[in-house]
Design a binder for this molecule. Sequence first.
Ligand code: C5P
Length: 233
Amino acid sequence: MTGAGRVGVIVVAAGSGSRLGASVPKAFVPLAGVPLLGHALRGVLSCTTASEVVVVAPAAHRGDAEVLAEGVCRELGSSVPVTVVVGGAERGDSVAAGLAVLGEAVEIVLVHDAARCLTPVAVFDRVVAAVAGGSAAVVPGTAVVDTIKQVDAGGFVVGTPDRSALRAVQTPQGFRREVLERAHAVSSDATDDAGLVERLGERVLVVEGDPRALKVTTPADLETATRLLAETL
Ligand code: C5P
């Protein structure tokens, strides 16, 4: 335990993953024979600070998610309770569905993309430690290697932000529960949860992320993840 309250982890896995071009939703696409969600749950349940886990799954795959979670708990000898709920149309709706069923005792919430299925436990630990240490909102991030251009609707460049001040952010993103709930009460419409919290005027701390926390989005990402997994075995 962290000494700063129980930690609930919401694993969002309800996206369709159309950019992957698979016949099943992305979280159920196999990586070395195990669905991405199975790998993600191995990471989450290997994290000693997690006190409960909520998996947010597509309606048609709720049962599959339950079977997967039972299997990973058995494999790891974990007794951490895992609840499976059905997600919504957008990522934010799925996070809100997970938040709605978290146990009352949870004080720190991590929101994690199942698609970032190889995120090392050390990243979870860094995020939890920073929230337990007093930060209201914490995201893992890595330095940006490309120069990023901002463009207008016509595709013309309107700005070049200073690269040294940019970070590519990942999950798990960690929050004091009260802050995340306040953010979602206003709106769930953002590509990440920190974005909602920023709108409240809360400060969001970036801690070191990890290249292995890549989000599997395209077939090329799946190949990269396959290689990364082979390297860690
Ligand atoms: O679509 P994207 O890759 O940004 O999704 C990030 C994560 O959010 C994925 O793990 C996906 O399963 C999840 N998601 C969700 N519900 C949605 C859309 C995405 O749980 N409606």
